[in-house]
Design a protein around this ligand. Structure first.
Ligand SMILES: NC(=O)c1ccc[n+]([C@@H]2O[C@H](COP(=O)([O-])OP(=O)(O)OC[C@H]3O[C@@H](n4cnc5c(N)ncnc54)[C@H](OP(=O)(O)O)[C@@H]3O)[C@@H](O)[C@H]2O)c1
Length: 393
């Protein structure tokens, strides 16, 4: 007897060659009967992209960091150039885009997908940080058919799962946990000599270099506070951060009555990604190593030290200021991390670099993705001046 064959979910992964892209494709390898990869996008790693395209028999690929590629095997179509990721989404016509590009470069394709009514599994938090107001306006516009925004960040996916079927009016606070990164207990005086190699060695998560540095400065958690603000539409002062070095509890929701629900799992991005990829809220089996709490022993929690990690308070001020302030915060951080990874800025100057940039550029209201790209260009044009100021500070 012929069984009922369910059609596979068509997915397009942009940022496919990175850490999140790889974790997503690992899930597809585990469940080939559930997913069809219709598009894959990368930036510079063309050979890796070609390998993935062949493995998954993908009809469409995109590479944003090149203008042509004569060695590309003709089994699939390759789109190139700056806007290749948007063209990839349009051509491959997916049910779901996995937005796994790092940085504000992910904004235009993410916005394009949402605006075209395509659901987005969002790892690229920088998009929502920069364009939260714009995306909210678009989602609130009843005359538009906007795609759903599904969180991929472990904390936000956990909150999404915890809030399932619970009214927001019953929530007292949302709590994001932070591991504290590699320098949680390092004397502040020793942070001056931190090198990129030390900073990217995260104690609990395997991630790309930019988010690893962001975790060490806690800018990552600052970006996540802004991300939670736009995703869950609660007041800013209802979003808390707590240090939890084991990265087992990813988030907590405190309800009105005083009950607190927590989400626990091993630290493995395949957990939140598989939940986001899952079909109609169905959890995919055996994606993460089982969590044995008796082996973990103790779960500890510490108050956030704002002197050691000033980025979160700064991010909150940016949300309160509104307009382009969160985008300036984000773009300044992207420049600072790049400079740090090239040994042109000290680790301890990353957050001061952001503060200086916020002093130099006035936040204004904005109305389009292009306005935010202008913010990015303005920040980039000021970077040498800001580095000079940091060196004299
Ligand atoms: N890694 C994690 O565990 C984790 C967890 C939560 C959230 N996130 C978020 O997920 C996103 C990706 O992080 P990741 O750790 O996977 O980064 P990653 O390993 O550095 O990978 C970045 C990906 O983006 C592509 N890319 C880089 N610059 C680009 C550009 N200008 N235009 C288009 N594509 C570009 C890269 O392509 P090439 O490799 O071809 O150059 C690569 O595929 C970030 O927003 C991060 O905050 C990551």
């Amino acid at each position: 007897m012929q069984g009922y064959v369910m059609s596979r979910k068509k997915i397009c992964v942009i940022g496919a060659t990175g850490s999140i892209g790889s974790a997503t494709l690992a899930i597809v390898r585990q469940f080939p009967e559930k997913f069809e990869v219709v598009g894959l996008g990368a930036h510079s790693r063309v050979e890796d992209l070609q390998r993935l395209v062949e493995e998954f028999s993908v009809p469409w690929a995109a590479c944003t960091g090149i203008s042509c590629c004569s060695e590309w095997k003709k089994t699939s179509r390759l789109l190139v150039g700056e806007s290749a990721a948007q063209q990839l989404i349009e051509a491959s016509d997916p049910d779901l885009v996995i937005s796994a590009i790092v940085g504000i470069a992910g904004l235009a394709p993410t916005f394009y997908a949402l605006n075209a009514g395509i659901d987005v599994l969002l790892a690229n938090k920088e998009s929502l940080v920069c364009a939260g107001e714009l995306i909210k306006r678009m989602r609130d516009n009843a005359s538009l058919r906007v795609g759903r925004l599904i969180p991929a960040d472990s904390e936000h996916s956990s909150l999404d799962q915890l809030l399932h079927r619970q009214g927001r009016d019953q929530v007292r606070s949302l709590v994001l946990t932070a591991s504290g990164g590699p320098f949680l207990h390092k004397p502040l005086s020793e942070l001056k000599s931190v090198t990129p190699r030390i900073a990217v060695a995260h104690p609990t998560w395997q991630m790309g270099p930019k988010i690893s540095v962001d975790s060490a400065t806690m800018v990552n958690k600052a970006l996540e506070v802004i991300e939670a603000y736009w995703l869950f539409e609660v007041d800013l002062d209802q979003i808390d951060v707590i240090i939890h070095p084991q990265s087992i509890v990813h988030a907590l929701v405190e309800f009105h009555d005083g009950a607190i629900f927590a989400h626990l799992s091993t630290p493995d991005m395949r957990g939140p990604l598989s939940y986001g990829l899952g079909i109609e809220g169905q959890r995919l089996p055996n994606v993460m190593r089982p969590l044995r709490l008796a082996d973990v022993g103790a779960l500890t929690f510490l108050q956030l030290d704002n002197e050691r990690f000033p980025a979160i308070a700064l991010a909150r001020q940016c949300v309160e200021r509104g307009g382009t302030a969160p985008a300036i915060f984000n773009c300044a951080n992207e420049e600072a991390v790049e400079l740090f990874l090239q040994n042109e800025l000290r680790f301890v100057d990353i957050v001061p670099f952001i503060e200086e940039t916020l002093q130099c550029i006035e936040a204004t209201s904005y109305g389009s993705v292009e306005d935010l790209v202008e913010v990015q260009m303005k920040v980039a044009s000021l970077k040498s001046e800001i580095v000079r100021r940091c060196n004299h500070g």
